[in-house]
Design a protein around this ligand. Structure first.
Ligand code: PEP
Length: 246
């Protein structure tokens, strides 16, 4: 039985005041794992605010490199130093806006795993790719690149997140059936590499998840929780989504 996981991706949002107002009253429901991923500059603050709670800390990105001359980058070693346990890798915004290729995403995943960080590896097709009937092929290509650098058993220490690009921040959620179809295909692909480990990998859905649609998504057999963007900025909405997962 896979324990549900719900992760908040705050993207480039937050302030010291807003983060404290979010975190101080927030209580994670028992029965599922909850991760919050604020911007890098607030990791220290959030580590303090969440310390002693059941909520774990995640980052939104990491460098594929070891410490050194990489101006503006943030190394996984530094994330560990800040109390970070999880890291989002390959979010579609990073793929589309910052040129992260499948190869870069795989290298970052490998770097996270080498350091003992738990990667949440994002995959997903654009609207154009879906309408061309290529959704599964695109996701399978993205997963294959990661599997070239990481075993299925290693990925089970983190999570995969299926996030159709057309559903992110658009209010247009994949139907539970559309999401389940892709999640099931991902699990088949993982099983081809390691059947025993494939059943232990948590596959999250992300894309306009809200309190009103979370439960229907999370009760699909291969949807093991969610990666939540916009709705995670409102503590009460994120808490309601966590409750729906538990
Ligand atoms: C995301 O950015 O990972 C995401 C799922 O965003 P949203 O929930 O706002 O669609």
């Amino acid at each position: 039985m896979r324990r549900k996981l719900v992760a908040a991706n705050w993207k480039m949002n937050g302030s010291f005041a807003a983060n404290a107002a979010w975190a101080v009253p927030f209580r994670a429901p028992a029965g599922c794992d909850v991760v919050v991923c604020p911007p890098f500059v607030y990791l220290g603050q959030m580590a303090g605010l969440l310390g002693g709670s059941a909520v774990e800390l995640g980052a939104q990105n990491l460098s594929s490199e070891k410490l050194g001359a990489f101006t503006g980058e943030v190394a996984g070693e530094m994330l560990l130093d800040c109390g970070v346990r999880w890291v989002i890798v390959g979010h579609s915004e990073r793929r589309a806006l910052y040129g992260e290729t499948d190869t870069v995403v795989a290298a970052k995943t490998a770097r996270a795993l080498a350091l003992g960080l738990r990667p949440i590896v994002c995959v997903g097709e654009t609207l154009e790719e879906r309408e061309a009937g290529r959704a599964l092929a695109v996701v399978q290509r993205q997963i294959a690149a990661v599997l070239a650098q990481a075993s299925v058993a290693q990925l089970a220490g983190g999570a995969l997140a299926y996030e159709p690009v057309w559903a992110i921040g658009t209010g247009r959620t994949a139907t539970p059936q559309q999401a389940q179809e892709v999640h099931a295909a991902i699990r088949v692909q993982l099983a081809a590499a390691d059947a025993a480990a494939a059943v232990t990998v948590r596959i999250l859905y992300g894309g306009s998840v809200k309190p009103s649609n979370a439960q229907e998504l999370f009760t699909q057999p291969d949807i093991d929780g969610g990666l939540i963007g916009g709705a995670s900025l409102v503590a009460a909405d994120f808490a309601a989504i966590c409750v729906a997962a538990c």
